[in-house]
Design a protein around this ligand. Structure first.
Ligand code: ADP
Ligand code: MG
Length: 483
């Protein structure tokens, strides 16, 4: 059979960037949910096609990062499909008010943000350079704790958007549409860490010359002092001289009208000068009580991102990172045990870790499950053992009234398959086991079977509320069994 067909993807040099990109968009549209398409793809405009390189405009650096993080393979595949394997895609960041007026790209400012030669990003020269402050004030960095960095902030599903936005803002303070950036969430979940990381990075990387971190309480006390000592002008001038102002826990402004008024003017001045404001709060701005409507509406000008309590995987990763940083070896089972039991927040998780080290050294004991149990008993009311895949299988089998062996057997009878999928799903959710390990527990199935099971269960949860309740019951049963 020598009937070879040569298909050479001809680079579409003769077509305009617009038509290529619109073909790509139509193809992408069929492959992502319509809301995502509207949010992340519609705003991307093609601007140039040259030597197999398509240039598209995105409204912000964050936008670019989001696309790269979430749609990288899809975009790459689509571009290759329409333009050939060697095609390259270049992003240009053009803030919305500059788009369409033909702003020129500064080729010398090209930077590559991805390790793949097919994708690079170009930053606009002028719009990214920092605006010089009017009076040539000295650099200053106030009240930032150097301990809080992006490097030691563990990523997880629970903080994904907040972290991405924080990183975008720290790279280009005042230059993204996330102004102000408001990070909100419960106590001990990492708000202070994240907003200080923005300040530390922006200062160290020379993106902001004057950076100040202040809690809303400190701001309030200083304001009251300033009134008493007749120094309100100095007070205002100081905060208004910042390139990046980070204010923590703004819920404490509640009920303090004069302070709010002062902060309102500071906010406006900074915002008008294109300076970055970063805020944290224990709830979304719209739910803050005792705060002036004018302030609340301004807080919603930029981006509001939440931090949720961390899942088991993230909790374990945080503990592991602590051990690494402190150069201490703690057996994995001990880490799993702590992460299983301390679920509410990260501060408490760190507290347990420190108590564990303290107890080990004071009582000269080895760090093992026994020691961990002694520490946890003081913190958690009912200590649980980490859940094992075997236990999940046992409980699920009982729940569905089938012999546990069948979950591991080859049988493809429908009710067994369903139960097996539920057990795999719960194993992924409730243990730290990798997909591969989970597969091995189910009669040596491979990891793609586990992914498939996980996805079918997720799909059914979305469609069928009864199914969701059943699953919830099974989960409760397993949780109780580990008490
Ligand atoms: P909040 O301000 O939300 O009350 P913090 O920022 O003070 O919480 O965080 C509590 C502790 O947990 C801090 O020591 C912080 O370094 C740590 N922490 C929070 N989130 C993370 C994370 N994602 N990775 C690593 N450490 C974290
Ligand atoms: Mg805090």
């Amino acid at each position: 059979m020598e009937n070879q067909l040569d298909i050479i993807a001809t680079p579409a040099v003769d077509q305009s960037a617009l038509s290529i990109w619109s073909a790509c968009l139509s193809s992408i549209q069929g492959q992502v949910p319509s809301q995502s398409f509207k949010t992340w793809f519609e705003p991307v405009k093609a601007s140039k096609l040259e030597n197999g390189e398509l240039t598209v405009q995105v409204p912000s650096q964050f936008f670019y990062e989001w696309l790269e993080e979430h749609y990288y393979s899809l975009i790459k595949a689509t571009i290759s499909r329409f333009m050939g394997e060697d095609a390259r895609l270049t992003y240009v960041v053009v803030p919305p008010d500059e788009a369409g007026n033909g702003s020129d790209v500064h080729p010398a400012a090209a930077i590559r943000l991805q390790n793949d030669p097919a994708v690079s990003a170009i930053r606009l020269g002028p719009s990214f350079s920092l605006k010089e402050s009017e009076e040539n004030l000295p650099p200053s960095k106030t009240f930032l704790n150097p301990r809080y960095t992006f490097n030691n902030f563990i990523k997880g599903d629970s903080n994904q958007l907040a972290r991405a936005a924080a990183s975008a803002v720290s790279n280009n303070p005042g230059g993204t549409s996330f102004n102000p950036l408001v990070i909100y969430g419960g106590t001990g979940l990492g708000k202070t860490h994240l907003i200080q990381a923005i300040g530390n990075y922006a200062f160290e990387a020379g993106k902001a010359k004057r950076v100040c971190y202040v809690s809303s309480e400190k701001f309030t006390i200083e304001f009251v002092d300033a009134i008493q000592s007749d120094k309100t002008r100095e007070f205002s001038n100081y905060y208004r001289s910042m390139d990046l102002l980070v204010v923590d826990d703004i819920q404490f402004f509640s009920g303090k009208e004069k302070t709010q008024d002062s902060f309102f003017h500071t906010f406006n001045t900074l915002h008008q000068m294109g300076k970055q404001i970063v805020l944290s709060s224990d709830k979304p701005p719209k739910d803050l009580r005792g705060l002036d409507e004018r302030l609340i509406s301004r807080f919603q000008w930029g981006l509001t991102a939440d931090i949720q309590p961390p899942d088991l995987e993230t909790r374990t990763a945080i503990l592991l990172k602590k051990c690494e940083d402190d150069n201490i070896e703690i057996p994995q089972e001990v880490l799993d045990f702590i992460a299983t039991n301390v679920t509410s927040n990260i501060r408490e998780l760190e507290g347990c870790y420190i108590s564990l080290l303290a107890k080990a050294s004071l009582e000269n004991r080895e760090i093992n499950l026994d020691l961990a149990r002694d520490v946890l008993r003081l913190v958690v009311s009912d200590v649980r053992s980490p859940i094992t895949v075997e236990e999940i299988q046992r409980q699920v089998a009982e729940f569905f009234d089938i012999p546990p062996d069948l979950l591991r057997a080859k049988t493809r009878k429908q009710e067994i398959v369903s139960a097996r999928q539920v057990a795999m799903y719960l194993a992924k959710e409730m243990t730290n086991c990798s997909l591969k390990t989970i597969g091995l527990h189910f009669g040596g199935r491979d990891h793609s079977t586990v992914i498939h099971a996980y996805q079918s269960v997720e799909d059914q949860i979305k469609l069928d509320s009864k199914y969701r309740d059943t699953l919830q019951l099974a989960r409760k049963k397993i949780e109780n069994s580990s008490r």
